[in-house]
Design a protein around this ligand. Sequence first.
Ligand SMILES: Nc1ncnc2c1ncn2[C@@H]1O[C@H](COP(=O)(O)OP(=O)(O)OP(=O)(O)O)[C@@H](O)[C@H]1O
Ligand SMILES: [Mg+2]
Length: 253
Amino acid sequence: MSELPLQSTQPMLEAVNLTKRYEDGVLALDRVSFQVRAGEIFAMLGGNGAGKTTTINLFLNFIEPTEGEARINGIVTHLEPLKAKEQIAFVSENVMLYANFTAIQNLDFFARLGGQTHYTRDDYHNVLLRVGLAKEAHHKRLRGYSKGMRQKCGIAIAILKNAPAILLDEPTSGLDPKAGHDFIELLASLRAEGKAILMSTHDIFRAKEIADSVAIMNDGKIIMQRPAAALVDTDLEQLYMQYMAGRSSELVG
Ligand SMILES: Nc1ncnc2c1ncn2[C@@H]1O[C@H](COP(=O)(O)OP(=O)(O)OP(=O)(O)O)[C@@H](O)[C@H]1O
Ligand SMILES: [Mg+2]
């Protein structure tokens, strides 16, 4: 990171004409461009198959773009994948963790895997409490966890990585209403620490509540993007439905 000091003018996450045509010919992403700065949350809304996960997977370099670039702190992900990965923490919808390990053991395993050997047991307990996992669960094996509890554990691992950018694919999908609410507060606190956050979600209300910028994707394209300030007096669900009905040309603003 020392080679690439964070400048407030440089976006932490940037999609530049990002395009993905899968091997079978499906054009999943079509010249998508956006920027997310440090201390900002960017939410992608859109129907099934709109291209949200594809966008996230391109930033993670799980797949390579057919055209365009995904940049993390100025690093082009498909050109310098290892360097780019250092800058990013990821929470997927289906967090992959070790079922036979306890939460503490999972945290310790993944922290060490990422070269973070300085964390103490107290650090692990504290981060698990921060994501809303009660103390009595910390020493339980994950095979007995609910989906939402596993998700929280995954978020704790992402926080421990302490990367400047955080990517989340439908992070609230497994969470109960209270956990969903708490999660939004957690995201706000990560934003306050200066993280750049890119998330996909089907939850329009939470997107409006938390995001600094909201994009609606359809058929591989961003069909609407607005800063949260421009949505304050807008019924985002209604706007979403209008865009999905293809009546965007009738909309003002
Ligand atoms: N590995 C793949 N091979 C071929 N086509 C794919 C692959 N992954 C996704 N697609 C296609 O790319 C398009 C975008 O899919 P993507 O998973 O990015 O959508 P999404 O917005 O995340 O949808 P959802 O809300 O259901 O998660 C879809 O048409 C999908 O069928
Ligand atoms: Mg998806």
